[in-house]
Design a protein around this ligand. Structure first.
Ligand SMILES: Cc1cc2nc3c(=O)[nH]c(=O)nc-3n(C[C@H](O)[C@H](O)[C@H](O)COP(=O)(O)OP(=O)(O)OC[C@H]3O[C@@H](n4cnc5c(N)ncnc54)[C@H](O)[C@@H]3O)c2cc1C
Length: 384
């Protein structure tokens, strides 16, 4: 057995950020991840066609926090992006998130913001405090646009009716009466210029004192290292042997398809841009009879200068213990099931549970980075 100060399970955003902070404060850290690569779900890599892809689904970095940008900028420069998406239903592409352009596509005639706002006012179903994802959308746009863009998409993604999901699930999608087509609203929207994996490689290169073990799971790591404090960023129910039963998760299956420049030439009338397969970085497919939810062509966002392109189709699926638990379920019953595990976690005084899986909450990358920075400060104070 070797000795370390901190054993950190998971080499994703939470595990590597906390490792960097603790090692920079002079502590010895072992980081173990059962996957053979850095970055957790944010991992990116060059595929056989030479395209930089996000194999676990697209990761659009954005934040309102200058503190997070400053911290991560120690390990990367940035490629600014205005993330653009569309929706594809009724056999055509639509501007999305819903805005004045979508409204004109819907009515087939030119309009103004005032006319669209007046239309929404007539259609919306007033609900003072929307309690779920159906209410949050129909209270803004009424049922026609809700059914066209949200209902089937959400059912496909979560295998639950929108009314069984927290309001935040659909509520995070903006609805605008101007022509702003941007998907996201955060002040900082950019990708690490050379990708997330390169960012983490730089973090490790800049930080002596981190002993990294890829392809090593928690059980093996525990048997090889003595430690004074454990940081666990995996699934909390797995940590406790699923003693209250597995928490509900939604999983995904991804299908990649690459195209060379000749093949892409035939798509130019659809993509509107040489070298691309579709007209936006992400196209949502809300129709119930299409088994995938979205197609992502990440080259739109990375700005990679390459003739080929790769698309990724995302198929939601039930989670089984053999699958990656991609999404905690954002619903009241799932939160209640998590509370039992959270109580067990609170009793473990020399283990920190951080990150998306260990806190069973859909956090974005900037949020888990903030959580890791905060926990590192607490641990440095406690052990110094
Ligand atoms: C499809 C998808 C799209 C997303 N898109 C965005 C986006 O656009 N923008 C955004 O900000 N966020 C996005 N996210 C969220 C983002 O992935 C997370 O915020 C972030 O990756 C969480 O980092 P983490 O370190 O907490 O967890 P993870 O990235 O899940 O890392 C945890 C690591 O722990 C390892 N591990 C787990 N259990 C064990 C064990 N027992 N032994 C050893 N290793 C173990 C896992 O292999 C994994 O590598 C997306 C997530 C998904 C699933």
């Amino acid at each position: 057995m070797s000795s370390t100060d901190f054993l950190i399970i998971g080499a994703g955003f939470s595990g590597l950020v906390i490792a960097e902070r603790l090692a920079s404060a002079g502590w010895k850290c072992v980081v173990a991840d059962r996957r053979p690569h850095l970055g957790g779900n944010a991992h990116d890599r060059i595929d056989p066609a030479g395209v930089l892809i996000h194999p676990y689904g697209p990761h659009y970095f954005r934040t309102n926090s200058p503190r997070i940008v400053d911290y991560l900028s120690r390990f990367t420069t940035w490629h600014e992006v205005s993330y653009q998406i569309k929706s594809h239903t009724q056999g055509r592409y639509w501007s999305f998130p819903i805005n004045l352009n979508t409204f004109e596509e819907f009515t087939g005639k030119p309009s103004t913001s005032e006319q669209f706002a007046a239309w929404l006012e007539k259609k919306r179903i007033p609900i003072e405090a929307p309690a779920n994802s159906e209410e949050v959308i129909i209270s803004q746009v009424g049922s026609e646009l809700y059914e066209l863009f949200f209902e089937s998409y959400t059912r496909k993604q979560w295998k639950r009716h929108p009314r069984e999901l927290d309001a935040s699930v659909c509520g995070r999608v903006p609805i605008r009466t101007n022509r702003d087509n941007r998907y996201l609203t955060e002040t900082f929207q950019a990708l690490p210029a050379k990708g997330y994996t390169a960012l983490f490689e730089n973090l490790l290169a800049a930080t002596p004192g981190i002993n990294l073990h890829l392809g090593m799971d928690f059980t093996e790591a525990k048997s090889r290292f003595n430690y004074k404090h454990l940081i666990f960023t995996g699934a909390i129910d797995e940590y406790f042997g699923r003693r209250f039963g597995p928490l509900p998760y939604r999983s995904l299956r991804f299908e990649h398809e690459s195209f060379n420049s000749d093949q892409l030439r035939h798509r130019e009338s659809i993509s509107g841009k040489p070298g691309f397969w579709q007209p936006a970085m992400q196209v949502n497919y809300p129709d119930a009879d299409i088994p995938f939810t979205r197609i992502v062509e990440i080259k739109h966002a990375t700005g990679q200068n390459i003739a080929a392109s790769t698309i990724l189709r995302e198929f939601p699926k039930d989670w089984t213990p053999d699958d990656e638990p991609y999404y905690p379920i954002p619903a009241p019953d799932a939160h209640a099931a998590y509370q039992k595990y959270s109580q067990l976690a609170a009793a473990e005084k020399t283990t920190s549970f951080i990150g998306r899986l260990a806190t069973y909450r859909y956090y974005n990358m900037d949020q888990v980075t903030a959580m890791a920075l905060t926990e590192a400060e607490k641990l440095i104070t406690r052990y110094t």
